[in-house]
Write a protein that binds this ligand. Structure first.
Ligand code: NAI
Length: 350
């Protein structure tokens, strides 16, 4: 890798201590100077990127038309997302102005293993046993779980993460069924219609992106079709689930347990310590009171391997951008996947 001729300054929004280790190691090698900013990126905070050559952003940054316009007016032409998901970007507003790059894969294992961790913890009540034994309460009443072996798991979305999750489930001797509008014929996975998956699964795990089609894919109708006592795991994006409908289904005992690493309205809370404040989100507050709900704050990606890969790919994406090279990790406004778009200009979206 050749170091860039000119040092470029990049505004690094929503910085957390764990981000810095690898980025600090790599940025001098790439000739990048990183301006770490703790605030999330949004229309108000965009001004903090003044004087920078590009922006590095994350999942809960608000990259809407207003943010994009402000960054564009400052001369910024590239946003490098250090995430796989990009539902927080207004691509229509960005098209023709700012190239948006992402990290398509950094560790599908990290996310799939976290989904299984949530499932195992909920099934065997590990989160409750932990607090009980620390209080010297060694009763196991109420902790009855079920054998995972032989249960049917329904996987929605069988891309990189979904496939790893399928493999893990197979290791447990579970029966796997899946729904994906683009099923891969060579995967050996049994693909079924979505409604059949809802009806037949003991456990449902979400591994699809958030799009117009998947918004509230788990809603009142879907929940009504599911088996009594179904377990639902969501490590993808919060808005895949209609939280109000989910709460009702938990209260009516339709849903047996829920593991959430993501939440519809997470942007105001996740990644922040708000323990000294009153939690203003009633739905999240209700979820957190339920013994059969386990919430983690969007940490499924958080492994050493994933952080290393995120930093490496982000730096490489930016190097390619500034070097005028093709951008294989650009998200195309028209097709979503740069490699298949017939409107490419020199292997760039525009
Ligand atoms: P991927 O792009 O490899 O796979 C997504 C799969 O979903 C594809 O097979 C696609 O055909 C399928 N899909 C698209 N529309 C669908 C629909 N309507 N119904 C069912 N399936 C549909 O993505 P990957 O890497 O597996 O990531 C999946 C999601 O996981 C990301 O979109 C992101 O939201 C989430 N994620 C969460 C992380 C966390 O820390 N909690 C970290 C990384 C990703």
């Amino acid at each position: 890798m050749e170091k860039a001729e000119k040092t470029r300054t990049l505004a690094f929004f929503d910085t957390k201590p764990y981000d810095r280790e690898k980025f600090d190691e790599l940025s001098p090698k790439y000739g990048f100077n990183l301006k770490y900013i703790e605030s999330k990126l949004g229309p108000q905070s965009a001004v903090m990127a003044e004087g920078c050559d590009g922006v590095i952003a994350f999942v809960n940054d608000t990259i809407n038309a207003e943010t994009i316009e402000r960054l564009y007016n400052m001369g910024i032409r590239v946003i490098a997302l250090r995430s796989a998901g990009y539902n927080n970007v207004d691509f229509k507003a960005a098209y023709g102005k700012i190239h948006v790059l992402h990290v398509p894969a950094y560790s599908p294992y990290a996310v799939a293993e976290h989904a299984m961790a949530l499932l195992l913890a909920l099934n065997r009540k590990i989160h409750r046993a932990y607090t009980r034994t620390r209080d010297h309460n060694f009763s196991i009443v109420g902790f009855t779980g079920f054998d995972m072996y032989g249960k049917t798991v329904g996987v929605i979305g069988t891309g990189r993460i979904g496939r790893v999750f399928v493999d893990i489930c197979r290791g447990f001797g579970m029966k796997v069924i899946a729904y994906d509008p683009y099923p891969s014929p060579d995967s050996g996975i049994e693909f079924v219609e979505l409604d059949k998956l809802f009806r037949e699964s003991d456990i449902i795990s979400l591994h699809c992106p958030l799009t117009k089609e998947t918004h509230h894919i788990i809603d009142e109708r879907a929940l009504s079709m599911m088996k009594d006592g179904v377990y639902i795991i969501n490590t993808s994006r919060g808005a895949l689930i209609d939280t109000e409908a989910l709460l009702e289904a938990i209260k009516s005992r339709k849903v047996g347990a829920v593991g959430l690493d993501v939440y519809e309205e997470e942007a105001d809370f996740f990644y922040e310590d708000v323990s000294g404040d009153i939690l203003e989100d009633d739905k999240l507050a209700r979820l957190l009171t339920m013994p059969n709900v386990l919430v983690t704050a969007h940490q499924a990606f958080l492994t050493r391997e994933a952080l290393d890969n995120i930093a490496q790919t982000t730096m490489e994406n930016l190097r390619a951008f500034f070097a005028g090279e093709p951008l294989p990790n650009e998200v195309c406004y028209y097709c979503g996947k740069i490699s298949t778009c017939d409107r490419l200009h020199k292997e760039r979206c525009f």
